[in-house]
Design a protein around this ligand. Structure first.
Ligand SMILES: [Zn+2]
Length: 163
């Protein structure tokens, strides 16, 4: 199981890594020194768009990738390099906000998330995923359709990058 640490400039990449089920450390509060230290201590692959930080990671003997291009290219190239499938399955996803593990909430235990989502959402959907740590709630609503669309776009781009 690969684990990542992502620099502050790559927030979208961090979210998509989490959605595709990858343990991803991300914070906008960390200095380069701390990124290097955490990568080393937790054996995380450092993803950065900063050439100087990439150089430091190399010197420290860390596994890293210098990520370049548009957001789509960043995501596609990282997925390609590390063999990540562009497939966001809520049963495997991590919380996009805090990297927490999600708990599946079935229809008959739905009261556990009452008050954490708007009433309409609560009434309409029958399946939810709850982050134990930050209490964010996810569900396969309209948003999830967009997630699938975006992942197929990334899949296309990965094919292009491969050739
Ligand atoms: Zn969370």
């Amino acid at each position: 199981m690969m684990m990542f640490i992502v620099d502050a400039m790559l927030g979208k990449l961090a979210a998509w890594l989490r959605l595709t089920g990858n343990d991803t450390f991300y914070s906008t509060q960390l200095h380069d020194d701390e990124l290097i230290r955490i990568a080393k201590e937790q054996s995380r692959i450092l993803l950065t768009s900063d050439a100087i930080l990439a150089r430091r990671a190399e010197d420290a003997g860390l596994e890293f990738m210098l990520v370049r291009g548009s957001v789509d290219e960043e995501i596609a190239s990282v997925f390609l390099k590390f063999g990540i499938k562009p497939d966001a399955d809520p049963a495997k996803s991590r919380c996009t906000k805090c990297n927490g593990i999600l708990t599946h909430i079935k229809n008959d235990e739905k009261q556990r998330i009452e008050g954490l989502v708007p009433e309409q959402t609560f009434n309409y959907y029958t399946e939810f995923w709850l982050c134990k740590y930050c209490k964010s709630v996810f569900f396969q609503g309209g948003q999830w359709t967009n997630i699938e669309e975006y992942m197929s776009r990334i899949a296309e781009l990965m094919k292009k990058l491969e050739t």
